[in-house]
Design a protein around this ligand. Structure first.
Ligand code: FES
Ligand code: FES
Length: 169
């Protein structure tokens, strides 16, 4: 049943049918057909469901949809446009530089954790475009990869960092 709740996701306002305490992840998947965020643990432990909320990574499996009303949710699908907006670019690239780096470096294996890795990595690069290896490790600490792709994730973030440095003033 429809209620008065609306949320802004990837720059567009969407009415929400679900009850206010429904996890944001379910609304993104079931109502908006945004399948970048994945259900992993459901306990805010693994990071596969991560999205940006006003530019800060949150776990959408443990975030009630009512809690994001009036804020800007960015999912994997909206990262390139978010990046363009953050950097004052006239047009959004096809992919966020970190998405491109994940492809170029073949960072994913099964890909289940990839959403969270890219969302968190993008948050890091937005506030610290040239992170050290230690800073990348610290930022990514709460993101689990059962395939053990951590070295390739590290490399992809470093590659994206260099790409961003070359692409932005
Ligand atoms: S599914 Fe949300 S943190 Fe694991
Ligand atoms: S690539 Fe399989 S869980 Fe990370």
């Amino acid at each position: 049943m429809a209620n008065d709740l609306s949320i802004t996701v990837n720059g567009r306002l969407h009415p929400v049918d679900a009850s206010p305490d429904t996890p944001l992840l379910y609304v993104l998947s079931n109502e908006l057909s945004l399948h970048g965020p994945r259900f992993g643990c459901g306990l805010a432990q693994c990071g596969s469901c991560s999205v940006l909320l006003d530019g800060v990574e949150v776990r959408s499996c443990q975030t009630p949809v009512a809690a994001v009303a009036g804020k800007a949710v960015t999912t994997l699908e909206g990262l390139a446009a978010w990046y363009a907006q953050q950097n004052g670019l006239a047009a959004a690239p096809a992919l966020h530089p970190l998405q491109q780096a994940f492809i170029d470096e073949q960072a994913p294996q099964c890909g289940y954790c990839t959403n969270g890795m890219i969302v968190k990595g993008s948050e890091l690069l937005a506030r610290n475009p040239r992170p050290s290896e230690a800073q990348i490790r610290a930022a990514m600490d709460g993101h689990m990869c059962r395939c053990g792709t951590y070295p390739r994730v590290m490399k992809a973030i470093q590659v994206a960092s260099r790409a961003i440095a070359g692409a932005t003033p």
